[in-house]
Design a protein around this ligand. Structure first.
Ligand code: HEM
Length: 357
């Protein structure tokens, strides 16, 4: 059949219909990619970081160090969860210490945020991945709130200070952020990863063999004492003070953290990461992490892992916390970008090569 054989008059409604379907599909793709409208997408969080990022590095927490160790279960959580990691005596742990700045070459005294990421792999092959910071709760109830905070706290180019009016609007929209900002203003700066407490922040469910579900949050509580920098010492601290400290400490023996699980009461908010639960809630030590060795992140073992906090073993379940879900999307995006750069040979110091002169 030739085109001239087609009866255009009879076919045009069908052709118009096909055209309309194609237009709707194109619009839907553009919307999903964030090209249409004001929707918040993964690129809203990451797009403006591209030009400042050396290839192959994480788009946040770029400066880090891998660690290796074991998690020893206490057995106390096995009645709440069938996950093997809670009954197995020892589980292999791979992790990463990092600081919260975007710049992978930042000085260790440039941020008060210190972090631990970890992947536990049980003997049945099931993995549990996590990313934790030294803050017990998130600033806002959702992820767009985090972007709103970044905008509200950005310095005005004219004055070098945030614009009070923008901050007032932000706090009116996200009143829960006030308590985070007050805590952040007086937060002591840790002199060592070893004495810092790392919080997973989001609630998860422990799921027992018989299907019972118990909401919980966990944090890693150090055996080493917490010590804080005073302002003078902090200003004078060496560029890699925190990473050198942890490596130095490990020359005399392993470092330990208890995994403390806080069990929610039925009335506690499960899906809001900005609302910590009362301290009176029952706490159970699920086990103890022993960090045995640290090594350079360019070696790859932790470099090429996405410590996605939504990857959990059977015997646990995710809450509907919207920040948790958003983080999974953002992390996959950052991971894809950096692995793409490494795979296509664009990365230099991120993989231990010298940059071309
Ligand atoms: C919406 C808010 C957040 C955004 C936009 C964000 C963004 C990012 C990005 C882009 C990365 C790099 C990921 C990679 O390439 O593997 C990252 C890493 C990290 N984030 Fe977040 N994050 C957020 C919330 C949080 C929260 C609530 C925590 C702690 C509970 C956290 C802890 C970490 C840690 C520990 C790392 C380093 C992980 C590693 O060593 O691989 N983040 N974040």
């Amino acid at each position: 059949m030739k085109i001239s054989d087609i009866d255009l008059k009879r076919s045009w409604p069908a052709l118009a219909g096909i055209g309309a379907i194609i237009a709707v599909l194109l619009a839907a793709f553009a919307w999903a990619a964030g090209l249409l409208g004001q929707r918040v997408t993964n690129t809203s969080f990451l797009e403006d970081t591209k030009p400042v990022f050396p290839a192959g590095y994480r788009r946040a927490h770029g400066k880090g160090m891998c660690f290796e160790g074991v998690f020893r279960s206490s057995g106390a959580i096995a009645e709440y969860s069938g996950a093997r990691v809670f009954s197995q005596t020892e589980t292999r742990a791979i992790g990463r210490f990092s600081i919260g700045t975007m710049n992978p070459h930042a000085a260790d005294n440039s941020t008060s945020t210190v972090s631990m990421a970890m992947m536990l792999t049980a003997d049945n092959g099931q993995q549990w991945r996590m990313k934790m910071n030294n803050e017990p709760f998130f600033v806002t109830r959702d992820a767009p709130g985090f972007l709103a905070m970044l905008n509200a706290t950005a310095p005005d180019p004219a004055t070098g200070k945030p614009v009070p009016r923008l901050m007032a609007v932000f706090l009116a929209d996200y009143p829960e952020a006030r308590k985070y900002m007050e805590a952040d203003a007086v937060k002591p700066w840790a002199t060592s990863f070893a004495g810092a407490t790392f919080y997973a922040i989001h609630a998860y469910y422990l799921v027992a063999e018989d299907g019972r579900r118990q909401a919980m949050r966990w944090w890693m509580r150090p055996h080493a004492a917490f010590t804080a920098w005073n302002v003078k010492d902090r200003m004078q601290a060496s560029h890699d003070a925190l990473f050198k400290d942890v490596a130095q400490r490990l020359t005399t023996g392993p470092l330990h953290w208890d995994m403390v699980m806080q069990l929610a009461a039925p009335s506690d908010p499960v899906d809001d990461p900005s609302q910590p639960w009362p301290e009176s809630r029952q706490q159970v030590v699920a086990g103890t992490l022993e960090v045995q060795r640290v090594f350079d992140q360019t070696d790859g073992v932790c470099r090429d892992i996405n410590f996605d906090p939504t990857l959990i073993p059977a015997g646990m379940a995710l809450s509907n916390d919207p920040v948790l879900a958003t983080r999974a999307g953002i992390y996959a995006h950052s991971y894809n970008a950096r692995l793409h750069e490494i795979g296509y040979g664009k990365a230099t110091d991120a993989v231990g090569k010298k940059a071309a002169q």
